[in-house]
Design a protein around this ligand. Structure first.
Ligand code: UDP
Length: 378
């Protein structure tokens, strides 16, 4: 440590807080990390189901995937990763199909035996080429896969997931999903994919395990904690920091309905349900996220999505037109708040994958250290 050790308060012991805290701790700063929950890890938290022994992703499935070699090296420094590729299925109109949409999906759905180039030409015929610059989720789908596939696989699922019409949602949500003209059914494109062998909780525990880091659970933030601090990193909700004084940013929350089964319930980790009249979006069977383990019992969760009420756990930022305007106002407030850096999914109100969260956390910590070094020489 060359400069003066600073006192850092990090609000939230999820990935952002842990990664920033670790980097600043290694540079010699003293990091106090608080979290209102009774556990670390935020929504990445995993634990063993007491009844079946299966490792459960308590807040929904998290599959690690990235193209960022530095981020991949970072997580592998703190935990052993096992190879894992997500191969999602979907049940729609009484049949099971492969996702993301690929040649098997297309051939099954249309009862054809198309080769890649034929499928490309066939889907191009389905596509609505009159849409030149797709703005909404629906336009994006109609432009690239046409009405039949859109209605079977995307429309009902998306209405359930987001609680609104796909005509109101941005095209960017669908851009997360590829359409492949081969039989590759790996859900993600990324070079590096895997699952921490013992779940995410030990990974984050290892990141937090540094003499300059203290973690206090069941500890809500209060403004009087800040007086003596040199810097705050806030990974709680952006509007929450300002006590919702301009209104609430919208989130979707999830309800999980747990059930157990002896043996193998559905034969895969994630089964989506595309039909609107099935009330849940998907069923996850958690032992399939750890195929290197063996369990007789199985634990599954039916996942229901709804608008978050005050007090619910926020999952997906909605980011519709009204939220975007409110978000701009909160961002202005945040920029006018010296000594506080807003980080992570909740702190920046963006839907972030884990790898992006870690990349941004590393960069945020670097920027802070560079600024602190500059201060010292001034
Ligand atoms: N989606 C869909 N049908 C599916 C899977 C996804 O319509 O079977 C849509 C849905 O709107 C979802 C979006 O595509 O929010 C992005 O999917 P992804 O799998 O990335 O969702 P996440 O993992 O974030 O829940």
């Amino acid at each position: 440590m060359t400069g003066v050790a600073k006192q850092i308060l990090l609000v939230g012991a999820g990935l952002s807080g842990a990664v920033i805290g670790r980097k600043l701790a290694e540079a010699g700063h003293r990091c106090r990390i608080i979290d209102a929950r009774s556990h670390i890890g935020g929504n990445c938290y995993t634990e063993r189901d007491p009844e079946t022994g299966v490792m459960v992703h308590v807040y929904g499935p998290h599959i690690f995937h990235t193209d960022d070699a530095e981020v991949w090296a970072y997580v592998n420094r703190f935990a052993e990763f096992m190879p894992f590729q997500n191969r999602v299925k979907t049940t729609a109109r009484g049949a099971v199909y492969s996702l993301p949409m690929n040649l098997l999906t297309i051939n099954q759905f249309f009862g054809k035996t198309l080769r890649p180039d034929e499928a490309r030409a066939f889907i191009a015929e389905q596509a609505d080429i009159s849409i030149t610059d797709p703005q909404s989720f629906e336009e994006q789908a109609l432009r690239f896969v046409g009405r039949d596939l859109y209605e079977a696989f995307f429309k009902g699922y998306t209405e359930k997931q987001w609680g609104c019409s796909p005509t109101e949602l941005p095209a960017s949500i669908l851009k997360r999903l590829p359409v492949r003209f081969n039989y590759d059914d790996n859900y993600f494109f990324h070079r590096f994919q895997g699952m921490p062998k013992d779940g995410y909780t030990p990974l984050i525990e290892a990141i937090l395990d540094h003499p300059n880091i203290t973690v206090e659970l069941n500890t809500a933030f209060s403004p009087d904690m800040v007086d003596a601090q040199d810097q705050v990193f806030w990974s709680g909700a952006l509007d929450g920091y300002f006590e919702y004084k301009l209104g609430r940013l919208g989130y979707r929350t999830l309800d999980f309905e747990r059930f157990t089964h002896h043996g193998d319930y559905q034969g895969c980790a994630v089964m989506n349900y595309g039909d609107r009249d099935v009330p849940f979006t998907r069923i996850t069977e958690h032992k399939h996220f750890a195929p290197w383990e063996s369990h007789d019992g199985s634990v599954c969760y039916r996942e229901y999505s709804r608008a978050a009420e005050p007090g619910d756990i926020p999952y997906y930022p909605i980011r519709l037109v009204e939220e975007k305007a409110l978000l701009e106002e909160y961002i202005s407030l945040a920029e006018a708040t010296p000594g506080v850096t807003f980080v992570g999914r909740l702190g920046t109100y963006r839907y972030l994958d884990m790898d992006v969260t870690i990349r941004e956390a590393l960069d945020t910590a670097d920027a802070f250290l560079a600024a602190a070094a500059g201060e010292k020489t001034m």
